[in-house]
Design a protein around this ligand. Structure first.
Ligand code: FES
Ligand code: FES
Length: 167
């Protein structure tokens, strides 16, 4: 099946078995290896990408389901300005807060966190931190204990609000 899709803003086409996993299309056919495989069965979130703007586990999505749709991977988060790459707020905050250790979960967490800061008005109060933990519940990290990851998402949300001129 010829599958045409938009990946990180670029039109791509692959000729694959419609049941081929989106994870394999990204990593093997399109050479976008930032998306990681952990469990391969929808439990860990390491393979999280955005499909039409919403987080999905790429190990559970079939290529045939992606025809005509938009996929964003971790490679698509950073922007460009003045000839150089500009990290997404969540990437900068994960770096600044030390929200990664071995890094296997980090691409999936960065992608999910980018959706959180787009979709949720996250403050800095305890309730907001609990909400971040709830929204990241599908992304397992075996190293960090989550505290620094939550710190990073809250910081990224604050950077986003500041960038939009909100207090
Ligand atoms: S590899 Fe997809 S959820 Fe674990
Ligand atoms: S940093 Fe190692 S699993 Fe999250």
């Amino acid at each position: 099946m010829k599958v045409s899709l938009e990946v990180n803003g670029a039109a791509r086409a692959v000729d694959v078995d419609p049941w081929r996993r989106l994870l394999d299309v990204l990593r093997e056919d399109l050479r976008l290896t930032g998306t990681k495989e952990g469990c391969g069965e929808g439990e860990c979130g390491a393979c999280t990408v955005l499909l039409d703007g919403a987080p999905v586990n790429a190990c559970l999505v079939a290529a045939g389901q992606c025809h005509g749709r938009k996929v964003t991977t971790v490679e698509g988060l950073a922007g460009h300005a003045d000839g150089g790459a500009v990290l997404h707020e969540v990437q900068a905050a994960l770096l600044a807060c030390g929200g990664a250790q071995c890094g296997i979960c980090t691409p999936g967490i960065a992608v999910c966190a980018s959706w959180i800061v787009d979709a949720e008005p996250i403050g800095a109060d305890a309730g907001a931190r609990a909400r971040v933990r709830e929204l990241l519940a599908g992304n397992i990290c075996r190293c960090t204990g989550y505290q620094l990851i939550v710190d990073a998402v809250v910081e990224a949300a604050q950077a986003r609000r500041a960038g939009e001129g909100e207090p």
